[in-house]
Design a protein around this ligand. Structure first.
Ligand SMILES: Cc1ncc(COP(=O)(O)O)c(C=O)c1O
Length: 389
């Protein structure tokens, strides 16, 4: 069944932030937020601001309800139970916390496999742990189209592999991974499958149970919500690992043991609103719109722009990393910025893939197309790139 076409004008009317001539292709570094998310954040601070602990008065009761509700909404969003989710400042902070807790079970010589498509938020926590506990970190390589090389992943696995950390999609070049196969290989080696869904999350639904991952992290500020991190881990892991926590903080539910200190309650209110916003649009409409925008971008990309990663919309999301012959990535981004076109340049902390491609000196240009992007914005971007030829 073909999904109902997305009414982009109606979508954009829900975002005051989009009511300006700037064309936002910077979604991969953080999407704009609809007004209902902003209103939910302000509404909490205006009407329900309190801390947890003594729910004997209205605002404290409302805060407890909100925190409970946010965990339930997160659980439905990820396909797990509310006991298995933890909020934090961002993905990186949560990943350091979870990897540290998991690391207490690891022994000298144990191995972690990461991929060259990962953001450093999915690599550095393991490198730091390896340094402290004499572990070994191995890297699974990419093939010529910048897809994860599954044969190389298999070569990196051994009887000592304890964790396979991987992104669901590359934040630098948009490549999707074959998650079921990566999970299967990780589990066959006796390792945990530790997914980074930060870049994937604005582009499609997540179901941790169907994916079979043991841990998964994402960041609501990449999917129309506020600056927050969100993690899932299997209940038995959360119960078995020993978190770094203060003694008076509750020992249950298990996910909450990993939430250090007071949560950003107002941002949880924004998160709940962001998930409500996404449901009101629907993944089918979002995916169809992003695919058609992506096809338009790929068909119109001038020959002097060299695309990195898969050349069609199969096997990728609508995030495009590329270089422009004869121009530095920084100069391209500056030229586009002067024309009111917001793209990013650099390595986007995806240092391994940018280095692997030999582009670490100047970096790459990145244009992220999301569901609020219009076809005329894509055409403006293509025309501006053509003019650089
Ligand atoms: C794929 C990926 N993983 C991890 C991160 C880090 O996320 P956070 O900023 O929430 O720490 C990012 C941020 O851009 C990302 O794109």
């Amino acid at each position: 069944m073909t999904p109902a076409a997305l009414d982009v004008t109606a979508v954009r009317a829900r975002f005051s932030a989009l009511d300006r001539p700037l064309a936002f292709f910077d979604g991969p570094s953080g999407t704009q937020t609809p007004d209902e998310v902003i209103d939910a954040i302000a509404g909490y601070l205006r009407h329900a601001n309190a801390n947890l602990g003594t729910p004997d008065y209205d605002t404290a009761r409302e805060t407890l309800e909100l925190v409970t509700d946010a965990h339930e909404v997160a659980a439905r969003f990820l396909g797990c139970s509310a006991d298995e989710v933890a909020f934090g400042a961002n993905m990186t902070t949560l990943n350091f916390a979870l990897s540290r807790a998991a690391g207490r079970d690891l022994r000298r010589g144990d191995e972690i496999v990461v991929t060259r498509l990962d953001h450093d938020g999915s690599i550095a926590p393991w490198l730091e742990l390896a340094r402290d506990r004499d572990l070994v970190v191995r890297f699974a390589d990419v093939d010529d189209d910048c897809r994860l090389d599954l044969a190389d992943l298999e070569r990196q696995l051994s009887a000592r592999t304890r964790v396979v950390a991987f992104p669901l999609a590359s934040n630098a070049i948009g490549t999707l991974l074959d998650v079921p196969r990566v999970v299967e290989l990780a589990h066959a080696a006796g390792a945990l499958a530790w997914g980074d869904a930060v870049h994937y999350a604005p582009h499609g639904p997540i179901d941790v149970a169907a994916l079979g991952v043991d841990v998964l992290l994402c960041s609501p500020y990449k999917f129309y919500g506020p600056h927050l991190g969100l993690a899932f881990a299997r209940r038995d892991l959360l119960e078995r690992w020993r978190p770094y926590k203060v003694r008076p903080a509750p020992e249950s539910p298990p996910g909450r043991r990993y939430e250090t200190g007071t949560l950003a309650h107002e941002l949880l209110a924004g998160f709940v609103a962001a998930v409500g916003y996404l449901h009101s649009i629907g993944w089918a409409a979002i995916r169809a719109h992003e695919r058609s925008l992506g096809e338009r971008f790929l068909a119109g990309l001038p020959a002097h722009c060299r695309l990195l990663g898969p050349p069609t919309m199969d096997g990728r999301v609508s995030t495009f990393g590329f270089t422009v012959d004869g121009h530095d990535a920084a100069a391209v981004a500056a030229a586009l910025g002067r024309q009111g076109i917001a793209v990013g340049w650099g390595d986007f902390y995806a240092v391994e893939i940018v280095r692997r491609l030999g582009l670490d000196a100047g970096g790459i240009v990145r244009a992220g197309l999301v569901h609020y992007t219009t076809t005329s914005e894509v055409d403006r971007l293509l025309a501006a790139l053509a003019a650089l030829g």
